[in-house]
Design a protein around this ligand. Structure first.
Ligand code: RIB
Ligand code: CA
Length: 334
């Protein structure tokens, strides 16, 4: 059984954008993070399909104060003051907090100078925002894109299990199977940073699509692809190119690659054009036991366990198609 192309997962009730593609009522949960920032710019440049209700931030790549500032900065760079930013969980559910400043820089965004944007955070905590928004939403109407540790949603699900009613689907960057891990030999950072949260989310019963390292490590930058982004000629293109030039260095050296992944931006490309990707519905569970497998996503690719398939696991993608779409949308910004 091979991975199959993901047809557009339009639901009967879905609206279609004028230029085609499913329209998503969208919340983005994020720990910016260099690749998060690129994903956020990508998403905020795509308003026909992505009706972004809010950004919710979580501790992850860097502490919460910085991920929240960086989300506000991405909003400013995208010229989208209409989108509120809510700060969420300052630490994982149980485990000792970890960060990735060695990869994303001490301020959380490689390659560019940061400043504190004038537009403040929205009042209230992101977890409370998720609960009240999903309770008020029509059934199965909200798509939640998750780009970091899954702590906020896990807390919301624990406090208000009924919120699953308002969720259409979760589309998340996380996990690893065929590729192996990036923070340990078995675990990917977002799951490793809060495996107990990932367990709660994976058992929620909400339709889940995961874009793991198996996918993101096949959708890699190249000098030409970064040059094309810089060649757009706007500030957003220069900012994305500067971020990427610095961000990919770690993985290029660590893996001996000629380019680096833009993990979180693949989530946005999936929402905009799912036909770029191939996946398979499989059972995925998380190992949250202390030890070498801590934070590992255990993927039953061949269905041998006969357990319910709770995740569409994306394993293939059209790399050039991804960069063409990213470039086209970044070109829309200032
Ligand atoms: O493993 C990659 C993921 O961890 C990405 O979301 C990156 O931003 C970090 O959060
Ligand atoms: Ca992230």
């Amino acid at each position: 059984m091979t991975a199959s192309f993901i047809a557009s997962k339009a639901h009967a009730a879905d609206a279609t954008a004028p230029g085609g593609g499913t329209v998503h009522t969208l919340i983005i949960d994020t720990d910016p993070g260099a690749d998060d920032v690129i994903a956020l710019l990508f998403a905020m440049a795509s308003p026909e399909q992505l009706k972004i209700q809010a950004l919710t931030t979580v501790a992850g790549n860097v502490p919460l104060a910085k991920t929240s500032r960086n989300a506000r900065l991405a909003r400013e760079w995208a010229g989208r003051p209409d989108i509120p930013v809510y700060a969420g969980a300052p630490r994982p559910l149980l485990r000792t907090p970890i960060h990735a400043a060695d990869i994303h820089g001490s301020e959380g965004i490689t390659g560019v100078k940061v400043h504190a944007p004038s537009q403040p955070l929205a009042d209230g905590n992101a977890v409370d925002y998720l609960i009240r928004t999903l309770r008020a939403a029509p059934e199965k109407s909200v798509t939640l894109a998750m780009l970091g540790p899954e702590t906020n949603l896990a807390l919301a699900l624990t406090q208000a299990p009924d919120i699953t009613r308002g969720l259409r689907e979760l589309v998340l960057m996380g996990g690893a199977h065929f590729n192996g891990g990036n923070i340990t030999p078995t675990a990917e950072f977002n799951v490793f940073a809060d495996p107990h949260a990932a367990e709660i989310v994976l058992k929620s019963g909400v339709p889940i699509t995961m874009l793991p390292l198996d996918l993101t490590h096949k959708v890699l930058t190249s000098p030409e692809r970064i040059a094309t982004l810089r060649g757009i000629g706007n500030q957003a293109g220069r900012t994305v190119a500067d971020i990427l030039d610095a961000y990919v260095q770690h993985d290029m050296q660590y893996y001996g690659l000629t380019g680096g992944p833009v993990h979180d931006a693949t989530v946005v490309a999936y929402l905009l054009q799912p036909s770029l990707f191939k996946g398979r519905k499989v059972n995925v569970e998380v190992d949250s036991r202390e030890g070498l497998g801590f934070g590992q996503t255990v993927v039953d690719w061949y269905g041998g366990l006969k357990k319910p398939a709770n995740v569409t696991w994306i394993a293939e993608g059209d790399a050039q198609g991804f960069f063409d779409l990213l470039t086209q949308r970044i070109a829309r910004l200032l």
